[in-house]
Design a protein around this ligand. Structure first.
Ligand SMILES: Nc1ncnc2c1ncn2[C@@H]1O[C@H](COP(=O)(O)OP(=O)(O)OP(=O)(O)O)[C@@H](O)[C@H]1O
Ligand SMILES: [Mg+2]
Length: 241
């Protein structure tokens, strides 16, 4: 992404998330929502699907995708928790205008559930958000502690979907680390942005981590100014890359 795209003002970014989406974009997220139910069937009496969202490089649309997918699921009546697990450059709480003094990182350090401060989205009662919390010096180590896995297990009892916004996999190890706790990983690939080699390297990292890559989201496909996404054949596509 060019610097221009990266530094979009926050107000402009807000027009590409949540309830402000235009019809066509919101329909695409509905299709993504439906596809997820098929690609991640619930087994053994499980109620919750845990899904991590990452990409090869920075700025491909992971946070935008995580927010819009979460809204779409919540609007269909599912109870959704969106976790801002990018502990380096968190943007979700800012975009959704949710302030909390503490969050995920504070919980991972201290182990006190009160520090989680989970908030409900202002305009969607089925959507809850767990903020990143204070910026820690050692995000990868924090996400790797057994406390992270235990927390997700506990939270999974209260939600139908947990969507986890992660940092880019070619830059830091966090997404590969978290992949072991989730049912599936969604890879966002921005049009005219990644080189094949970058996606290839990302897939290799996920493969080494034994991650279950359930799909690719091609972001900004064929559109320069509108929010458009396509979701293509999950497993098959993962093998091709
Ligand atoms: N489909 C889209 N249509 C229009 N703008 C988009 C779309 N997806 C993302 N953007 C814009 O691109 C920029 C980067 O998006 P976003 O913050 O979601 O990426 P990211 O992958 O989470 O970035 P980072 O790696 O820094 O966390 C933002 O300005 C966002 O508004
Ligand atoms: Mg992001």
């Amino acid at each position: 992404m060019s610097e221009k795209q990266k530094s979009q003002p926050i107000n402009k970014q807000k027009t590409t998330i949540g309830k402000k989406l235009h019809f066509e974009a919101s329909e695409t997220y509905k299709r993504l929502r439906t596809n997820l139910q098929f690609v991640l069937p619930l087994k053994d009496g499980k109620r919750c699907r845990l899904i991590g969202v990452t990409s090869a490089l920075a700025g491909e649309g992971k946070s935008t995708t995580s927010i819009n997918l979460s809204y779409s699921l919540a609007e269909s009546g599912k109870k959704v928790l969106l976790i801002e697990a990018d502990l380096r450059l968190p943007t979700i709480s800012k975009l959704l205008e949710l302030r909390s003094a503490t969050g995920l990182s504070d919980y991972l350090i201290a182990g006190d559930r009160e520090l989680l401060c989970i908030k409900t989205a202002k305009d969607e009662s089925n959507l809850c958000i767990l903020s990143a919390g204070s910026l820690p010096p050692n995000p990868s180590e924090l996400l790797e502690t057994p406390r992270m896995g235990e927390l997700l297990k506990l939270l999974a009892e209260d939600y139908d979907y947990i969507i986890i916004d992660l940092p880019p996999i070619n830059i830091v190890a966090d997404a590969a680390i978290v992949s072991k706790y989730v049912d599936g990983i969604l890879m966002v690939v921005r049009q005219n942005y990644d080189k094949c080699r970058a996606v290839d390297a990302a897939m290799r990292s996920l493969e080494y981590a034994n991650a279950n890559v359930v799909g690719f989201i091609f972001n900004c496909v064929g559109k320069t100014h509108r929010l458009g996404k396509r979701y293509l054949e999950y497993g098959e596509y993962a093998k091709m890359v």
